[in-house]
Design a protein. Structure first.
Length: 103
């Protein structure tokens, strides 16, 4: 019975190039997406700009549409720091500069 099933399966492959292409695509390594969504970047920047490092205030902010907890917001900010370290440093430096200009 098993030998007849194997023969049937072998006979069913009518387009081997499709199978070969699929096997080739499956063997390729996955591409990692090293970007964050624009919405998340804007959200994190808004929170840092208005609340600094106060995560409890961020959680109570009306722009916290996702109703994130302080810990979730902190995690999102850390993800942003890891993905865009130079951009984060420049952003924080510009905030410090604005505070100095106001005083």
């Amino acid at each position: 019975v098993e030998s007849t099933r194997r023969e049937q399966v072998q006979n069913l492959v009518r387009k081997p190039y499709v199978v070969n292409e699929m096997e080739y695509e499956a063997s390729l390594p996955e591409k990692k997406s090293n970007t964050l969504s624009r919405d998340l970047i804007d959200y994190v920047r808004y929170m840092i700009q208005n609340h600094g490092e106060n995560y409890k205030e961020m959680a109570r902010d009306e722009k916290n549409y996702y109703q994130d907890t302080p810990k979730q917001i902190k995690r999102k900010i850390n993800v942003y720091k890891n993905f865009y370290p130079e951009e984060y440093k420049d952003f924080v430096a510009s905030l410090k500069q604005e505070k100095m200009d106001v005083q």
